[in-house]
Each structure stands twice: as C-alpha cells, then as structure tokens.
Design a protein around this ligand. Structure first.
Ligand code: CO8
Length: 263
C-alpha cells in the first residue's frame, strides 16, 4: 500500500514479527484528518490479517504522538455532513476491530483525538516527555472519539472530569500513576522499548494472545458475571489448542515452549 500520512514497516525477527505504524504528518503535529484515520485503519487491518505479524506498535515522532483531530479540516463541518458521513465512527472505530494487540508508543503530545487513539490501543507506553490532555472544551466541543468514556474507565471519574472540563494536561509520570500508561521510558528509547514489548508478545501463542486481549476488553463491555463467564469459556476453549499442550508440556519438561505450531 502507498500511504501518504503514515509509514509502515515490519520489525523484529522470528516467525512472528512486529508491525510498526508511524503517524507521519509532522508539520501538523500529526493532526488526525480523515485520510490519516483511513490509512491507519487500513494498515492496522492489513497487519491484523498478516500471519507473520504478532503484534502492532503505533507511534508518532518525538514532539507529537498526535495533537488531536485536525481542527483546520473540521472547522467548517456542519451537522448534515458529519451525520451523513458518520464522522469518527466511520474510520476511527476500525481500531476496535483489530484482534492482535496494539501498543501505543507515545512521545510528546497526545491531545484530544491523539489521547483517544492511545486509549483505543491495548497498552500505552510513554516516553518521559509525553503529555496527555483532552483540550476539546477549549475549542467549543467535547471529546468525540471515546474520551468521555474510555478515559474515566482508565483513570476514574474525578480525574477524567478534571482533564475534560479544565483542559488539565498530565505528564508521563502522572499518566503512569493514574493508570493511563503502563510504562514510562526515556524518550530516545521509546520505539525500541515498545518493539521489545511487542516482540515478547509475538513469542507467545497467537490464539492465547488474541483470547487474552478479547477477555480483558470484555471487562469494559460487560457486567462482572458476564466477563467471568466469557473468560471461563475462553479458558476452556484454549484447552483445545496445540499451544496449551505445548506450553504445559514444556513447563513440566523444563524446556522452552515452541508455540504457534499447527494443531
Ligand atoms: N489540528 C490541526 N493543526 C494542528 C493541530 C490540530 N489539532 N495541532 C497542531 N496543529 C498545527 C498548527 O496549526 C501548526 O501549523 P502551522 O505551522 O501551519 O501554523 C503546527 O501544527 C504546529 O503547531 P504550533 O505552532 O501550535 O506548535 P506549538 O509547539 O506552539 O504547540 C500544540 C503545539 C500544543 C500541540 C498546539 O498546536 C495545540 O494546542 N494544538 C491543538 C491541540 C488541540 O486542541 N487538540 C484537540 C483537537 S479536537 C479533537 O481532537 C477531538 C475533537 C473530536 C470531537 C469533534 C466533535 C465535533
């Protein structure tokens, strides 16, 4: 594919490698226009369908993961247009269809839609210079790509309200303490660290990795009893896989497992 607003490559080694997507509108601080979100969705689905890819990393540049939805592009939108075109739902939600884990590697600003794209990912790794915010209130709107829903689930209502209502930005350390990100790393090591985490995920069984992602996401979509039921069914199903036999046999035989052989 010839993309104009993102770069894609496959990194790492072994039978399952890492799909790396770099948001690439540096002059606009990676502002997220429709073209970029279309291309990001296409690239994610292409890596998801590629058997040689086990995990995906989405990153930006050292100044900006993404400074939000493209304000210049959307400033003249009206209701007719956004409703007819299903603005945001049409392409941003593609990220939710990806079954392999997606890691956001965030340096610089992740504002508005940029913060929401990070929240759509499964793991967020932050450079020590990362800053997160939801500044939509300052331009007369509110977060529109899940920020009012996923942010409170990640950091709790009080802190989410503070960010959404007052345009409070938080740094990487605060984001880690609040549960928005799982690791903070030096800015110059960000992509390497994210690739290492992704490569580690690639080394595990593809089915159990997909099932783990599905099960954890179910925690945000269902009551506890339904989530537990869903988890239990997935665990039962995994007992039908070659990777379960291999993983447990390797443990009792005190050897390294070799996952992802055909059943
Ligand atoms: N959209 C378009 N262009 C942008 C954006 C953006 N979100 N952010 C930065 N840019 C552009 C600037 O216009 C500038 O372009 P130019 O050089 O042509 O003037 C270039 O990027 C560099 O920006 P700055 O000169 O401002 O650089 P600074 O380092 O001084 O500041 C900031 C960087 C802090 C990131 C600043 O640019 C900023 O505050 N940006 C806007 C952040 C923002 O408000 N984001 C939220 C947008 S709204 C959103 O994401 C979700 C809306 C969904 C709901 C819609 C409901 C209808």
């Amino acid at each position: 594919m010839n993309y104009e607003t993102i770069l894609t490559e496959i990194r790492g080694d072994g039978p399952r490698r890492v799909g790396l997507i770099t948001l690439n509108r540096p002059k606009q601080m990676n502002a997220l226009n429709d073209q970029l979100m279309d291309e990001l969705g296409q690239a994610l689905l292409a890596f998801d369908a590629d058997e040689g890819v086990g995990c995906i990393v989405v990153t930006g540049n050292e100044k900006a993961f993404a400074a939000g939805a493209d304000i210049g592009a959307m400033k003249d939108y009206d209701f007719d247009r956004v409703y007819r075109n299903d603005y945001i739902s049409r392409n941003w939600e593609t990220m939710r269809r990806v079954r392999k884990p997606v890691i956001a590697a965030v340096a610089g600003v992740a504002l508005g839609g940029g913060c929401e794209v990070a929240l759509l990912c499964d793991i967020v790794i932050a450079a020590d210079n990362a800053r997160f915010g939801q500044p939509e209130i300052t331009i007369g709107v509110i977060p529109g790509a899940g920020g009012t829903q996923r942010l409170p689930r990640a950091i709790g209502k009080a802190k989410a309200m503070d960010m959404v209502l007052t345009n409070r930005w938080i740094g990487a350390q605060e984001a880690e303490a609040w549960g928005l990100v799982s690791r903070v790393v030096p800015a110059d090591k960000l992509v390497d660290e994210a690739l290492a985490v992704a490569q580690k995920i690639c080394s595990f069984g593809a089915l159990s990795v997909m099932a783990a992602k599905e099960a954890v996401n179910r925690a945000f979509e269902s009551p506890l009893s339904e989530g537990i039921w869903y988890e239990r069914r997935l665990v039962h199903a995994l007992f039908g896989t070659a990777d379960q036999r291999e993983g447990m046999d390797a443990f009792v035989s005190k050897r390294a497992p070799a996952f992802n052989r055909q059943s």
